[in-house]
Design a protein around this ligand. Structure first.
Ligand code: GDP
Length: 220
């Protein structure tokens, strides 16, 4: 069965998504080097985005918990990969925020080599969810990350955040523009999800999508 890229999920899929995200979402560990990575025995989905994009808020809205914000904003963990086990069915990975204004040239994404090695080598990484602030659209650091993902062959899903901060017409304009700018990218899912952690828009769809990934790519 194909993963549904159109996001017109039926009630059954929305309900499976709701159910999975009522499961416990337990913090597993923070990783600072490749040797510490957990076993690759669950399908994995990583969340990335520039700092302040609304990543903690979105993941908390998905899981209905505040665990992520607390754990990932703990000093020392903001530059690490933080792993969360969702119902023993899916591993959620919180990645460090990229695109700091003062990133050096040699470390232009403001990231460690760890992140790049992780993205290039993680066998069970099924998708990267790239969050983009709907008011700003794609920034250079997002484009650099997409280049890396295209090269590494990691499928990624763009998600616009804080949709409630835009007037209705503007959301459609930004949405169309982002879709156009990823049209020729090989590893990008052509569809872009619009979300608001505050209003709850897009949360049920994103849950359904992640649940579909967990179900269709489960590891025996
Ligand atoms: P992170 O740094 O990417 O984890 O971002 P946070 O989740 O901490 O959010 C950054 C700021 O954006 C905070 O002030 C949030 O309250 C705000 N924020 C996050 N999501 C939304 C949203 O959907 N709508 C609005 N209006 N504000 C949001």
């Amino acid at each position: 069965m194909e993963i549904d890229h159109r996001f017109n999920f039926d009630d059954v899929k929305i309900e499976s998504g709701r159910k999975l995200f009522t499961q416990n979402c337990d913090f597993l560990l923070s990783v600072a080097s490749l040797s510490q990575l957990p076993d690759e025995n669950l399908p994995e989905v990583a969340f990335a985005g520039r700092s302040n994009v609304g990543k903690s808020s979105l993941v908390n809205a998905l899981t209905g918990r505040k665990t992520l914000a607390k754990t990932s904003n703990t000093p020392g963990r903001t530059r690490q990969l933080n792993f969360f086990n969702l119902g023993r069915r899916l591993m959620l990975v919180d990645m460090p925020g990229h695109g700091f204004a003062r990133a050096s040239k040699s470390d232009i994404l403001g990231w460690t080599g760890l992140v790049k090695d992780y993205l290039r080598g993680r066998v069970n990484l099924r998708r990267l969810i790239l969050l983009v602030y709907s008011r700003q659209g794609l920034k250079r650091s997002d484009v650099e990350l997409m280049d890396l993902l295209d090269e590494a062959g990691v499928t990624y899903q763009l998600v616009l955040t804080k949709e409630d901060k835009l007037k209705h017409g503007m959301v459609n304009t930004v949405h169309a523009k982002v879709i156009k700018s990823i049209a020729k990218r090989p590893a990008a899912n052509p569809n872009v999800i619009i979300t608001s952690a505050v209003k709850g828009d897009g949360i049920a769809e994103l849950r359904a999508l992640l649940t579909e990934i967990a179900e269709l790519t489960a590891i025996d």
